[in-house]
Design a protein around this ligand. Structure first.
Ligand code: AMP
Length: 190
């Protein structure tokens, strides 16, 4: 059973890699962004609130995320999982640690995909045309990037300090296939 966490700023390619690697290893891909985007389609009160928060590029509450991720992990994680977009705050990281301790799951690999803001801007603008995501425009990207720097970067630093042996920095400016190869090499290393 292989359990992985992906970190990286918006547009770094963590979703793309998480999908390729989860298909390759036949493990569950839990993208909190995708799960929330699906919830928005339900058009109830929660959906209206989520839509506003996400299209502004802000973070959805820890309570909602912790409850989504724990219930999905309880039901779908038995063959292994990739967390893509979670944990994004220290509170989420503490919650996850407690959850993992209780359920006896262990994280085997953490990948931090790094990329500078200029490359990111170009990618996000391209994705805004291809995927029509409401949160892919420059103003919202700045908010999302700030949320990442102020909150999520602290979470990845915490994991880097406390789990340095399983923590791997990956250069996000490389081609998709090059990044995949680097990740696979690390996972398959005897
Ligand atoms: P993503 O597709 O991972 O870029 O996520 C899109 C949006 O969903 C983010 O900008 C947040 O508004 C929300 N979101 C996804 N994951 C989380 C999380 N772990 N905590 C808070 N908000 C999240």
């Amino acid at each position: 059973m292989t359990n992985i966490i992906f970190f990286g700023p918006p547009g770094a390619g963590k979703g793309t890699q998480a999908k390729i690697i989860s298909d390759n290893l036949k493990i569950t891909h839990l993208s909190t962004g995708d799960i929330l985007r699906k919830k928005i389609l339900e058009k109830d009160n929660l959906a209206i609130k989520l839509k506003k928060i996400m299209s502004d590029g802000k973070l959805v509450s820890d309570e909602i995320l912790n409850s989504i991720v724990s219930s999905r992990l309880e039901n779908e994680a038995s063959s292994g999982f990739i967390l893509d977009g979670y944990p994004r705050t220290l509170q989420q990281a503490y919650f996850l640690n407690k959850f993992l301790e209780k359920s006896l799951y262990k994280i085997n690999f953490i990948f931090n995909i790094e990329i500078n803001f200029d490359i990111l801007k170009k990618r996000i603008l391209k994705r805004s045309i291809e995927e029509k995501r409401e949160d892919d425009n420059l103003t919202v990207l700045e908010t999302r990037f700030n949320e990442y720097s102020n909150s999520t970067a602290k979470v990845s630093q915490l994991y880097k300090d406390s789990n340095s042996k399983i923590f791997h920095e990956i250069d996000g400016s490389l081609q998709i296939s090059e990044i995949t190869n680097k990740i696979i090499q690390i996972i398959k290393k005897p």
